[in-house]
Each structure stands twice: as structure tokens, then as C-alpha cells.
Ligand binder design. Structure first.
Ligand code: BG6
Length: 464
């Protein structure tokens, strides 16, 4: 650690690279699912695979000193026997080189949801063998890029891809089965510990962390029932990842609750739990977009509704987790939100940073934060004052957390340029730079791009 604060932006391989079947890349579960369902896909996305040099140069010209991106597992490992696709490694070597040439620090995620389809066909994250395959893949990339990368992370947002894949069923493999959530979640946390173990044993330079989709939880009142709902929601959203990865143990009250509710936890073997205990991460990445207001469970079956339709979404986003808690976001009518119903609550970032630093002594990075919106990119530059406001206010609270004593060492805007937003498609835009997907993926900086550059240059003088 050289002590400098990282100010950058973040992407994920499937969401921006395109080139889905070039240079020996095999199918990911997302390629397979979106093709099969005939849904909008990332076959081309932002065409970053062919334009990464221009994009990285643009980040540097935009004053940024770090770029968080993920490696595509199916670009690098060809099959179940673990054979390496050298062209895949070459591609990322060039990306990392381009970062260094431009004074940008590469901040690398090993897994941002694009599981090789050959593993999904063998049960994906429900199969413990996927954890061993992940360890092998991580060892390949750790060795290939050892010394070139200071910050590695194992997983991006276990909660999001496990719950979307096995609970709400809006992401592949589109199951709705709470027992599978438990099994997949366990295998992912075990895979995390296996990768950390390899990282340490191989003596890889730099440090290794995990990235979580952090939701600052707030109970709607101080009643005892609400405090219990708060704890259940915090375990459900945050603690099973943070406590396990950072301290080496699953939250004991959550485990007891799962047992009491009849879940089968036999997947967890004592020697694996010991391995998890012995192999904790060295830093925490927090993706923060929005908080979660919760109230006690009142009744009904578990029901998790996700808005992937933006302003076309009809109905509410009520989430009920049977016997655990209910989400009360719909009751918070006074709070601003975007077209996808995401509440804007920047003070939640300071509170989340404080809570996490109280239980984890390592450094913290805000690895994603940003504002998705519909934008017309065909009629001149986008004047995205709302995004500027969103980022400014979140950085304001990050800086306050720093003054509170939180060891936060970096901030990454999601995203440097527009990209494919999973089930929301490409019209949910987050970029500092617009991508005209209809005209050869032309890049056009938005107002926020120049504003971010100037704020970094002034060290956020007007925000402090
Ligand atoms: C995070 C993910 O959950 O949020 C990204 O790490 C994602 O992959 C981002 O794109 C924004 O969410 P969405 O669903 O609006 O694209």
C-alpha cells in the first residue's frame, strides 16, 4: 500500500467486453441463458474487448488513478479439466499493461457472475466441485499476473448473484428454492476461503479481499420486534458474507435460526469450516447504492420482487422473507429514488462504513457506487446533473466516515462508460461516458466525466 487514495471507476467482464465467442472464449452461464431465452444480451456490450486502450486512456484523462474490472473465467479456462486459454490470459495482460502505461492501478475481481456454462451444467454453485474449480482458476490468474496487480478480490457480491439465481429467480439458473440459497451461499464462501488460501500459500504480492453488495439496514422503529427484524435482515443481506470472509465464521444466530427452521446444513463439513476460519480476507470491498428499511415479518410466504423494468414496472417492490423480516422501502415515500425504485440515501454510506470498520480492522474500499438512468445519447452530450449530485453526496459521506476514523482507501464509480445492466439491458445507463450502442459504440463524455476529473484534481475541495 503506497498510501494514496484510489479514485476510479468499475466494470464487469460480461457487462462491457462483448466478444463473447472470440479468441477461444467459451460460453458463460449468462451467454447461454440470454441466448436461449432470446433476451437482450452482452454479445457486443460496450465492445470494451476491442476498445479497452481507448477506454483506459479516457479514464486517465478523466483524472482517475484506478480501474476495477473483472476477469472472465470462461475466457481463461476452457473446460472442466482446467485447460488454460492463453489468448484469454494475453487479453488481460494487455489490459493490465494499458492500466500501468496510463498510471492507472488495476483492481481485479476474479468472479463477477459469468460462470463457465460447462460448470453450470454440472450444478454450478450447488456443486461443491465448483469451489475447487474456482480455486484452480484463481491460482492460474494469481500466477499469471503476480506482481502486476496490487488489489485482488475473489467474488463480486455473493448475495446478489446467489439470491437472484436461487431465490428471486431473475438471474440464471433462475431457481426459487431457499435450501439451494443456503447450499450455494455456503459453496461460494468456501470457494472464497480456498482462493484466499492459495493466494497466501503461493506468496502472491499485493492483497486479497472480497466485494459485497452492502445494504445499510435501518429498522423503522425501536421496538423489540423491529430490532430482531433488523438483525435478521442484516444477517440476510450482509453478515453471512462480511463476518464469514472477514472473521472466519458464519453468524451464529443466523445458523441457529436456519437449523430451527429445518434447513439442512449438512453441506458444511468441519474441516471446511476450519479452512474458512483460517483464511480470511485482507480488505473489504463495499458496493453501496441504497439502504434497506425493514420492519417485522407480518405473514405470508417468502416473496422477493425485483424491478428490472424501470419506469414500465407495475406494482410495488415489497420483499417478505418468511419469519425473518419485511422490507419497508415502499413506506419511505419522502425519500428520492430513481426509475428502478432505488432509494437515494447517501448518509447510509457513512453509517455502513462505520458499522463495517467497527467489526473489521482491515482497509475498506467503496468498490461501486453510481446512478442508473434513462438517457438520450443521440442529441449531444448528456447533462447528468442528477449523477453529479448523487456522486458528490456519497463522496461527502465517505469523507465524513474518513474523518470518523474509518480506514477507507478508495472509491469507484459504477461505471466509467455505459454498459449492459444485466436484466435491465443497456438502457439503464450508469456511465460517466455515454456509449451510443446504435452507432458503433461511440463514446461521448457526459458532464459527470469532466466534473469527476475536476473534483479529483481539487481533492474534493468543495465537498469537504
Ligand atoms: C452491482 C453489480 O450490483 O450493481 C453490477 O456489481 C451491477 O454488476 C450494478 O450492474 C448495478 O445494478 P444494475 O442491476 O442496475 O445493473
Amino acid at each position: 500500500m503506497n498510501g494514496k487514495m484510489l479514485w476510479g471507476s468499475a466494470t464487469a467482464s460480461y457487462q462491457c467486453e462483448g466478444a463473447w465467442n472470440e479468441d477461444g472464449k467459451v460460453e458463460s452461464m449468462w451467454d447461454h441463458y440470454l441466448h436461449q431465452e432470446n433476451l437482450e444480451n452482452g454479445d457486443v456490450a460496450s465492445d470494451h474487448y476491442h476498445r479497452f486502450r481507448e477506454d483506459i486512456r479516457q479514464m486517465a484523462e478523466g483524472g482517475q488513478n484506478a480501474y476495477r474490472f473483472s476477469l472472465s473465467w470462461p475466457r481463461i479456462i476452457k473446460n472442466e479439466s482446467g485447460e488454460i486459454n492463453e489468448k484469454g490470459l494475453d487479453f488481460y495482460r494487455q489490459m493490465i499493461d494499458a492500466c500501468h502505461e496510463n498510471g492507472i492501478e488495476p483492481f481485479v475481481t476474479c468472479y463477477h457472475w459469468d460462470l463457465p456454462q460447462y460448470l453450470e451444467e454440472k450444478g454450478g454453485w450447488l456443486n461443491k466441485a465448483t469451489a475447487a474449480a474456482f480455486q484452480h482458476y484463481c491460482e492460474v490468474v494469481f500466477k499469471a499476473f503476480n506482481g502486476l496487480v496490487d488489489h485482488w478480490t475473489t467474488f463480486n457480491e455473493p448475495k446478489w448473484f446467489v439470491f437472484s439465481g436461487y431465490m428471486s429467480g431473475n438471474y440464471p439458473p433462475c431457481h426459487k428454492n431457499p435450501q439451494e440459497v443456503v447450499n450455494a451461499a455456503y459453496n461460494v464462501m468456501y470457494a472464497n476461503a480456498l482462493a484466499v488460501k492459495s493466494f497466501k500459500e503461493l506468496g502472491i504480492l499485493g492483497s486479497i479481499g472480497i466485494v459485497t453488495s452492502y445494504q445499510t439496514i435501518y429498522g423503522i422503529d425501536d421496538s423489540e420486534a423491529c430490532q430482531l427484524a433488523f438483525r435478521n435482515a442484516d444477517n440476510y443481506c450482509n453478515n453471512w458474507i462480511i463476518d464469514t470472509a472477514c472473521s472466519g465464521t458464519f453468524p451464529s444466530d443466523m445458523v441457529a435460526k436456519l437449523v430451527a427452521e429445518g434447513f439442512d446444513l449438512s453441506i458444511a463439513q468441519p474441516e471446511e469450516l476450519q479452512l474458512i476460519k483460517n483464511n480470511t480476507v485482507q480488505f473489504l470491498g463495499m458496493n453501496y447504492y441504497s439502504p434497506q428499511f425493514v420492519k417485522p415479518y407480518t405473514g405470508g410466504e417468502t416473496d422477493v420482487k425485483v424491478n428490472n423494468l424501470g419506469k414500465n414496472y407495475k406494482g410495488n417492490m415489497r420483499t417478505v422473507v418468511k419469519n425473518w423480516f419485511e422490507v419497508a422501502n415502499d413506506d419511505m415515500t419522502e425519500l428520492p429514488r430513481n426509475d428502478w425504485g432505488m432509494i437515494v440515501y447517501p448518509q447510509g454510506l457513512r453509517e455502513g462504513l462505520r458499522r463495517n470498520s467497527a467489526k473489521f480492522s482491515g482497509p475498506i474500499y467503496v468498490t461501486e457506487n453510481g446512478f442508473g438512468n434513462y438517457e438520450d445519447v443521440h442529441n449531444g452530450p448528456v447533462h447528468d446533473q442528477y449523477r453529479i449530485e448523487y456522486i458528490r453526496e456519497h463522496v461527502r459521506y465517505l469523507l465524513k466516515a474518513q474523518s470518523d476514523g474509518v480506514d477507507v482507501r478508495g472509491y469507484f464509480v459504477w461505471s466509467p462508460f455505459d454498459l449492459y445492466s444485466w436484466k435491465n439491458g443497456c438502457e439503464k445507463r450508469y456511465g460517466l461516458v455515454a456509449v451510443d450502442f446504435d452507432h458503433g459504440c461511440k463514446r461521448i463524455p457526459k458532464d459527470s466525466y469532466y466534473w469527476y476529473r475536476d473534483e479529483i484534481a481539487s481533492n474534493w475541495l468543495d465537498v469537504r
